[in-house]
Design a binder for this molecule. Structure first.
Ligand code: ADP
Ligand code: MG
Length: 291
């Protein structure tokens, strides 16, 4: 590798806020054949808003008050959105006891003597709560690209909360640019399959791996590598760090968590998905100059 080519490539990247941590990262970028992208916070802004509260077994006031009591104890972005909505409505705060966070599924606590569970259908299965008609409502929200979360009170579904998380404005253009460069694009997410498929379709992504537990993202990357792909993983979350480490090239969103940024080989300071194809093309140009 000529030091000059490396210097030029590193400088080109830095000029647009694409930080390659070392020369190897530049060379690896040139050989990437598949890009795996986390959904929440990478392809989307990662700032979910509650847009829909559907009541099933409780008035909306009670539903939101109980759900918010649990979610105030959680650090998940969906939890923060529920708490914000309850605060905006001026709801009294209730104390949650015996709080338990279930990674990739939701949260459980006791509020006013009631057992309240807030999370996805996997959590409801674990809590032995039957979905009944709620399953259809969940599917309908997912078909609209909404992330949806169930609220169960004392073992029965009490309602559903729907969230919107806007795609980053350049996400679709980034996918198109990767396809133009001959690179496969895969979405990897803990969210519901229906929701992920709808957003993937909107962005032009044809492969979706969804409902992946936080601990299993790295395994999914390894599976793609075993299939002969040279994989770049793009992520922002604590959840994504093991997958960033497993990938041939880890790319962190600059607005992401410290762990993701520390683990990655490349950091996108502008948090712009278009900087993913840019990073790969800079790598290719660098390698061409070395020959
Ligand atoms: P992502 O890959 O999108 O970052 P996570 O692994 O954090 O997703 O979560 C996966 C799913 O688990 C969420 O889409 C949601 O259904 C559920 N979930 C996780 N934590 C919570 C919570 N605190 N409240 C409600 N739902 C949650
Ligand atoms: Mg994320």
């Amino acid at each position: 590798a000529t030091p000059t080519a490396i210097m030029v490539g590193t400088g080109l990247g830095a000029g647009r806020g694409v930080l390659f941590k070392n020369a190897t990262a530049l060379e690896t970028a040139a050989g990437v054949t598949a890009v795996v992208m986390d959904k929440t916070g990478t392809l989307t802004k990662g700032e979910p808003e509650v847009i829909d509260v559907e009541t099933i077994d409780l008035p909306e006031e009670d539903l939101l008050r109980l759900a918010a009591a649990v979610e105030r104890e959680s650090e998940h972005p969906l939890a923060a959105a529920v708490a914000r909505r309850a605060d905006a409505r001026g709801m009294p705060r209730h104390h949650a006891e015996a709080f338990r966070n279930v990674p990739g599924q939701g949260a459980v606590a006791t509020v006013d003597g009631h057992r309240v569970a807030v999370g996805n259908s996997r959590l409801m299965r674990a809590e032995r709560v039957a979905l009944g008609d709620a399953a259809h409502r969940l599917d309908a929200l997912a078909a609209d690209g909404r992330t949806a979360v169930l609220v169960a009170v004392d073992g029965r579904i009490a309602g559903i909360v729907g969230f919107a998380d806007t795609p980053r404005p350049t996400a679709a253009a980034a996918v198109a640019a990767l396809h133009d460069a001959g690179v496969e694009v895969v979405m990897l997410t803990g969210d519901n399959l229906g929701t992920a498929q709808r957003i993937a379709k909107e962005l032009g992504i044809d492969t979706v791996i969804a409902e992946v537990l936080p601990g299993d993202k790295a395994t999914e990357v390894a599976r793609l590598q075993a299939g002969g792909r040279r994989v770049a993983m793009v992520g922002d979350g604590v959840n994504d760090a093991p997958a960033l480490a497993q990938a041939d090239l880890g790319i962190a969103i600059g607005a992401g968590t410290d762990v993701a940024i520390e683990t990655a080989d490349v950091v996108l300071m502008r948090s712009d998905p278009l900087d993913v194809p840019a990073a790969l093309l800079i790598g290719r140009a660098t390698v061409r100059k070395m020959r």
